[in-house]
Design a protein around this ligand. Sequence first.
Ligand code: FAD
Length: 308
Amino acid sequence: MYDVIVVGAGPSGLNAALILGRALRRVLLVDSGEPRNARAHAMNGFLSRDGIDPAEFRRIAREDLAKYETVTVRDVAVASVSAGEESASVVLADGTTEQARSVLLTVGRRDRLPEVDGVAELWGQGVYGCPYCHGFEVRGQKLAVLGAETSAAHLAVQLTRYSSDVVLFTDGTPDFDEEAAAALKVCEVEVRTEPVEQVTGADGHLTGVRIGGETIARDAMFVKTPLDAHGELAEALGCELMDDGSVRIDEHGHTSVDLIYAAGEAARLPNWPSPWIHAITSAALGAMVALSIDHDLIVADVRSKFGM
Ligand SMILES: Cc1cc2nc3c(=O)[nH]c(=O)nc-3n(C[C@H](O)[C@H](O)[C@H](O)COP(=O)(O)OP(=O)(O)OC[C@H]3O[C@@H](n4cnc5c(N)ncnc54)[C@H](O)[C@@H]3O)c2cc1C
């Protein structure tokens, strides 16, 4: 039996496995190979790894884990998890079943991209979600924002810190509030309301946005994507979920189901406005919850020694 099965080997699960391996815990880390930033060429803003290829980041993190002989990594999806009183069962997609004293869900989230021709192809390679992750690299360039909601207007205003040439493409009638409309004006963001026909690219780079048969030259686009949770496992377990699909956790990473913990983008405390959606915050939450799990296991061991 493992001490902990960690489901998901992104920054959160990898960091959790590292902390638990260093605590001599028997850990199984399993991953289905669909990290959220799979399409990105660079992972920015991660202390000491700024600008690293995300795949290289994961390779180095796994190399670090190889030092810890109590940690096993397997590339396979988890099909289901069930929690009993003293252990949890994890069924893997290859048909095997593993047992653990606790399970940590670090399954991440997925972006729901707008259905505009060209966006999916250029996602992470010219079309981005987050200025903190990719704004610096495109500073001073011709920027586009796609979206008709107030959040898109706010994003466009934010991007004027990076470039004086920002165009907001609403792809139809704008739906932003008066304050956002005023902010766009003050910040000199051009607003184009024509239907967007295509986001164009060449050699893996964004080149423009086509509206009304005309291509407006652009170097990068930002779009606020709704984030869907990989919530199937947590939901089937009966874990309490928040409105945005996040697994509800307490300060120690406990979910509402005994023996089941959650961390990373998949989880949040109820008083957080939203999940933290950066690699380093996911890694940090993974580490924090790993420390809590180890603490809970120590308490359980001591109690059982005293027959409590
Ligand atoms: C295009 C793009 C660019 C980005 N750029 C940056 C950046 O520059 N800097 C930055 O800080 N952040 C960036 N991010 C955000 C960053 O990718 C996330 O914050 C980070 O990956 C979240 O880590 P996580 O461990 O919570 O989830 P993830 O990294 O998504 O990892 C979750 C893992 O769980 C696995 N999984 C899910 N379900 C199962 C299952 N049933 N069984 C087994 N495994 C499962 C998935 O395959 C995945 O590998 C970017 C995101 C995108 C989309």
